[in-house]
Design a protein around this ligand. Structure first.
Ligand code: HEC
Length: 215
């Protein structure tokens, strides 16, 4: 009788153990399944516009968005022939860029989106920074009014007025010829004055190359 009871007891405990293992297994399956449910999607970043061409000294205007609300963005940048680009974060890239060379430069931003701790694929935005064009009002007129005063200014006796756009534009090759002569040489301008610096003469020459714009 005692022996039977023991046997019963051990059968019972085997069944209990089995049930216990089943339960553990079930809990494991459920937790693995729920883990899968919680796997969050990676955000996909969009830059608007996707690239930009600006003039040296202007500010970039790139808006960053993604398919997931609350995405944050951070970026790194590689600049060539440009200064002013710096790494940062936010939902827009607004940086004032300046070309450093004699031609245009680029700034290439690599933007990384993050949403709910999930990091998405990086995207790149290339900004081309063109040199500003030389214009009469911004660049040429200040040089000529400072150096050719008082003779060539409106109101003076000389018929050639360099503080006016049209006569200056018409005679720009004569102007460049005269300012390139050496002081003391016949026809050197500014008459009895100091020779213009090389960078000022370069501005006059670039004005021609850029198309003799007024502004
Ligand atoms: C002190 C007065 C004076 C100053 C300053 C002066 N000029 Fe003259 N410029 C003259 C006179 C006078 C003439 C006419 C004689 C001549 O052609 O050399 C002249 C003539 C010229 C001519 C020839 C125009 C033509 O139609 O042939 C050019 C070009 C010129 N000047 C450019 C300049 C420039 C550029 C500056 C300033 C960087 C300048 N001048 C400063 C007095 C001056």
């Amino acid at each position: 009788m005692r022996e039977l009871k023991n046997k019963n007891e051990s059968v019972k405990s085997v069944i209990m153990k089995n049930n216990y293992l089943k339960l553990v297994l079930l809990v494991m399956i459920i937790s693995v399944a729920s883990c899968k449910d919680e796997e969050l999607p990676a955000p996909m970043a969009t830059a608007t516009p996707a690239s930009q061409v600006i003039t040296s000294g202007e500010t970039t205007a790139i808006a960053l968005s993604s398919d997931i609300n609350g995405t944050t963005f951070s970026w790194t940048v590689v600049q060539t022939g440009v200064t002013g680009a710096i790494p940062g974060s936010g939902t827009s890239i607004a940086q004032s860029l300046t070309a450093t060379g004699s031609g245009s430069g680029t700034a290439t931003y690599t933007i990384i989106p993050t949403a709910n701790g999930v990091v998405g694929d990086p995207i790149t935005v290339v900004i081309t920074v063109n040199l500003a064009k030389v214009t009469y009002l911004a660049d040429v007129k200040p040089i000529l009014t400072a150096s050719c005063t008082p003779c060539h200014l409106a109101g003076g006796a000389n018929p050639n007025k360099w503080d006016e756009y049209t006569p200056t534009k018409t005679k720009i090759s004569l102007i460049i010829d005269r300012v390139k002569r050496e002081p003391g040489a016949t026809g050197f301008m500014p008459r009895n004055g100091t020779k213009l610096s090389a960078d000022k003469i370069a501005v006059l020459e670039k004005w021609v190359a850029d198309g003799l714009l007024e502004k």
